[in-house]
Design a protein around this ligand. Structure first.
Ligand code: COA
Ligand code: AMP
Length: 643
């Protein structure tokens, strides 16, 4: 079950600690040097501007174009014929490669299309696409003309898409006729039409990629991708210079409420951090092939499918498939062999799914994985069992790394490019450059090593992390900076050990993590509460062997609504369907219990955390402010029942 991959160099832990301490002490020096790997139109004279603290600006006087850095400069410097993007789609039986020159041609052409449709610098473009090359082309085309893209994950339903359209106010939306899931075709166009219908903001145009698996009905607003992209139909667009602090994209993520947070990503800071991280943290050099099995709709996809590998001049694999079932649990191993992948990145859930189907990793024997140096896993806690299984099966270092949509790149990781540090299963590794990670107690005092608390990062955060929320500085401060002034509140709890290794134990708020997908309890609750029979409801995330967590719902019916067991079953099915069509299939809600009342504090706050602890079989902390403890006691049986 092992192979002959070349071992990673080892790093000296003390020297690495010094390097990181230096990056925190003197960010100007550290990131000023890293910025030299980016081609600037006007080189920044100032590295970090703290004059607006608690808001920070990286490279404020720098001017660049991120698309130029991801494509044009590689073409100029001899990589025109190197493969930039490999599209590998077992669900459609397609494989297609683009050299840097070919990808540049497509991107410049689509940038021309967008400009022709009235998209100017600073305008937003929503991208609602499956894992097809047009997604990457659209993102880079926006970057080329200084437009701000906002990619919406294809698994989200119309209401979620509508909320993002409403907030981002796009000039154009790019979408497709369908996505292809292993067992069904998901028609995107009706969902797009419904989302636009629901939103008070209407885009001027929608550009639709017609796929052969389904044909979208075209309306007045809709334009066909292929027609627009015909050679010479519309002049190509050149790169537009943007300020380093200009937004490259907005990516919406789940908070605790139903209203998603528009995480803003800047241009120069992000490009600098990503280029540095690709080689120093993930150990990938220009010209090497890398695979990240996320989705372009998530931050991991933005950063490590699209921007970081292309900024590095590496080859990136865009995989339209699943770790299992497309066609089998050897899908990742095939990719590694076929494309000569040197490092791969996925989520622990994917490994658990492979392990479930192929527990002895027998399928590995069919493939030559000698190119693979490292497997990186992130998106949720990497449990030691899964880590051990992957380590034994692959015979290469399996590296956990912790990050969030907000940070855009890892906060903690074992720096495989600089050199491997000892691995501690259960830990996502030590903090990396620019992150001063501190665990605070409720009074805001740093705790001793090994003691659990709120994981926070002392400001300023390094480049590439969120400068604010889209058009909402106040919510940015309220959500992240007000709990402990001077610190960014990550929302995760855990501890740091004597050696500086961080152990993430889970969210301290009500955010769910289902198969590495971040979802809000609030949006699922909103969908349930919209049902005419529901008086109130609560959603909790309970432990799941495959997906890490799955949601469970408890609903209280309106007075006077009574039903027999059959009626209750029908209602439960309706509620599950409602969440599927309002939030999306990814929510994976499959258990709803009708209960008499929900446990609350005297001020009316629902005790989700206590219910979650009971459902998980953990010690339940019942707050002294509970309004009526008998309500909670009455629910124990329901909560303890397996989903
Ligand atoms: N468009 C439309 N529907 C989608 C979708 C998309 N882009 N992605 C997922 N869905 C649907 C699925 O078809 C499924 O629908 P179903 O209930 O009708 O079967 C539902 O959403 C749940 O999907 P998923 O979470 O993918 O679960 P699964 O049971 O189909 O597969 C795994 C389980 C482990 C194979 C899968 O979750 C996986 O590959 N996870 C990797 C996680 C990952 O990359 N996370 C990103 C963070 S790094
Ligand atoms: P997202 O913003 O979708 O990337 O989700 C971020 C959240 O996922 C974090 O706040 C964590 O709760 C969780 N997460 C991500 N990576 C890890 C990890 N390596 N270990 C534990 N939790 C993680």
């Amino acid at each position: 079950m092992s192979n002959s991959a070349r071992p990673a160099p080892t790093a000296d832990p003390a020297a690495y600690r010094d390097l990181i301490a230096g990056s925190v002490r003197d960010p100007e020096e550290f990131w000023g040097a890293a910025a030299r790997d980016i081609d600037w139109i006007r080189r920044p004279q100032t590295v970090l501007d703290s004059s607006r603290a608690p808001f920070y600006d990286w490279f404020p006087d720098g001017v660049l174009n991120v698309c130029y850095n991801a494509l044009d400069r590689h073409v100029v410097h001899g990589r025109a014929d190197q493969t930039a993007l490999i599209y590998d789609s077992p669900v459609t039986g397609t494989q297609r490669s683009y050299t840097y020159a070919e990808l540049l041609d497509q991107v410049a052409r689509f940038a021309g299309v967008l400009r022709n449709l009235g998209v100017a610098k600073g305008d937003r473009v929503v991208i609602y696409l499956p894992m097809i090359p047009e997604a990457v082309i659209s993102m880079l085309a926006c970057a080329r003309i200084g437009a701000v893209h906002s990619v919406v994950f294809g698994g989200f339903a119309p209401a979620e898409l509508a909320a993002r359209i409403e907030d981002a106010e796009p000039t154009v939306i790019v979408s497709a006729s369908c996505g292809v899931e292993p067992t069904r075709i998901v028609e995107y166009k009706p969902m797009l039409d419904e989302a636009i219908e629901r939103s008070s903001h209407k885009p001027a145009h929608t550009v639709i990629v017609q796929r052969e698996q389904a044909t979208a009905q075209m309306g007045e607003r809709d334009l066909d991708w292929k027609t627009l992209m015909k050679p010479d139909a519309i002049p190509t667009a050149e790169c537009v210079p943007v300020q380093s602090t200009d937004p490259l994209y907005i990516l919406y993520t789940s908070g605790t409420t139903g209203k998603p947070k528009g995480i803003v990503r800047d241009s120069g800071g992000y490009a600098t951090a990503l280029r540095w991280s690709m080689t120093n943290l993930y150990g990938v050099q220009p010209g090497e092939t890398w695979f990240c099995g996320s989705d372009v709709g998530w931050v991991v996809g933005h950063t490590y499918i699209v921007y970081a590998p292309l900024l590095t001049g590496a080859t990136t694999v865009l995989f339209e498939g699943k770790p299992v079932g497309t066609p089998d649990a050897g899908a990742y191993w095939r990719l590694i062999q076929e494309h000569g992948i040197v490092a791969a990145f996925s989520a622990p859930t994917a490994i658990r799914a492979i392990k479930k189907v192929d527990p002895d990793a027998k399928l590995l024997a069919d493939y030559d994985l000698s190119s693979l140096r490292t497997l990186f896993l992130a998106g949720e806690r990497l449990d030691p069992d899964t880590w051990q299984w992957a380590t034994d099966a692959l015979g290469v270092p399996v590296i956990d790394n912790w990050w969030q949509t907000e940070t855009g790149w890892p906060i903690t990781i074992n720096p495989m490019g600089i050199g491997a540090l000892p691995i501690k299963p259960g830990s996502s590794g030590p903090a990396t450059a620019g992150y001063d990670v501190q665990v605070l107690d409720p009074t805001g005092t740093p705790v001793a090593p090994g003691v659990e608390g709120a994981i926070c990062i002392r400001q300023p955060l390094p480049p590439g992390t969120l400068p604010t929320l889209w058009r909402d500085d106040e919510r940015y401060v309220d959500s992240y900076l007000s709990a402990f002034p001077g610190y960014y509140l990550s929302g995760d709890g855990g501890y740091v050990d004597e050696d500086g290794y961080v152990f993430i134990m889970g969210r301290t708020d009500d955010v769910l993590n289902v198969a590495g997908h971040r979802l809000s309890t609030g949006s699922i609750e909103e969908a349930l509460a919209g049902h005419p029979s529901v008086a109130e409801c609560a959603v909790i995330g309970v432990r799941d062997a495959l997906k890490g967590q799955v949601p469970r719902a408890l609903v209280v019916l309106k007075a006077g609504i009574e039903s027999d067991a059959e009626g209750e079953q029908a209602l439960q099915a309706e509620l599950i369907q409602r969440v599927r069509s309002e939030v999306g299939a990814v929510a994976a809600l499959n258990r709803v219990d009708v209960v008499d009342a929900l446990p609350k504090t005297r001020s009316g706050k629902i005790l989700r955390k206590t219910m979650r602890q009971i459902a998980d079989g953990d010690e339940a902390l019942v707050p002294s402010t509970i309004e009526d403890v008998t309500v909670l006691d009455g629910l124990r049986g329901v909560l303890e029942a397996q989903a």
